[in-house]
Design a protein. Structure first.
Length: 289
């Protein structure tokens, strides 16, 4: 993997393969997971996926301890198999995609998107693969822009307690994987083993300095400080987001469309869109170290 026709490639080798080896980042892994979750092929769902992390963002592989191609071989030969829950992401009631790692809105989503754009420029003009701190540069630029997303959210935890986020946000991330990159976590309390999501958000009260500290220092140390509009909510079982419409006075400071990243894939939401995230009825198997 990957192949142009993922389902055809999987079904072609279903009777002879021991595992599914996927070379790529979160986007490539997500494509394979979506095919498995959609097809519900019993034999394929029993095969472990072995990630070979070579993408721009490798949150799934990093969270499973697979940090290199050598660790991928180790996971195949000596590792263990972890059942990973799959989540349904619906927009206005329609199933858009299955999620294996995270969804993000605001600063984090824009950082990932700009990282993809920067890499595309590198492929067209000059090789940027060896340039260090590409993500930090994008994060610094995005934090300085200080863009507000007109998004509200309602969270339901596994204990059936409810939480409302009434203010617009600058950052919103919901993930079952604790790591976004190697040694980088906006979700230190998230764990797929509990079958729940961890949510970290920053409201419009968060300053540029607060956002930059969150993205550069707190995420690197894996400790989120709940102050100045930043909050972390563990053990979330259900999630609903709403993209608000904005008045003409607020339109200058907000975005006409809202970018939502799902496992490295981009979806643009129009004002009035409603997003719901629920646990799906299937799981996928991943090899881990």
């Amino acid at each position: 993997m990957p192949e142009k026709n993922i389902l055809n490639a999987l079904e072609l080798h279903a009777d002879t393969a021991d595992a599914i080896v996927v070379c790529g980042g979160d986007g490539t892994l997500s494509s394979v997971v979506n095919v498995l979750a959609t097809a519900r092929h019993e034999l394929l769902l029993k095969m472990p996926i072995i990630p070979v992390p070579c993408g721009l963002q490798n949150s799934i592989a990093a969270s499973l301890g697979v940090l290199s191609a050598e660790r991928s071989v180790s996971a195949f030969l000596l590792g263990r198999v972890e059942p990973i829950p799959v989540w349904e992401v619906r927009v206005n009631g329609a199933l858009v995609r299955y999620m294996a790692s995270y969804i993000s809105i605001g600063v984090c989503a824009m950082c990932v998107r700009r990282l993809h754009d920067l890499d595309a420029v590198g492929e067209s003009y000059v090789a940027l693969l060896t340039v260090r701190n590409k993500y930090k540069v994008r994060a610094f630029y995005t934090a300085l822009r200080n863009e507000v997303v007109p998004c509200t959210a309602a969270l339901t935890t596994t204990t059936k307690s409810h939480m409302e986020i009434a203010l617009s946000v600058k950052l919103f991330v919901a993930s079952q994987m604790p790591l976004q990159h190697a040694r980088y976590s906006l979700m230190p309390c998230a764990t797929f083993k509990h079958g729940t999501l961890g949510v970290t958000y920053a409201t419009e009260a968060a300053s540029r300095l607060c956002l930059w500290h969150l993205l550069s220092r707190e995420a690197a140390e894996g400790v989120i400080i709940n102050e100045d509009g930043v909050c972390e909510c563990p053990c979330v079982g259900e999630l609903d987001c709403c993209i608000k419409g904005v008045s003409s006075e607020e339109a200058e400071d907000t975005l006409p469309r809202v970018l939502m990243m799902m496992d490295g894939g981009a979806v643009y939401l129009l004002p009035g869109s409603k997003v719901s995230v629920r646990r799906a009825s299937c799981e996928t198997l991943f090899a881990s170290c």
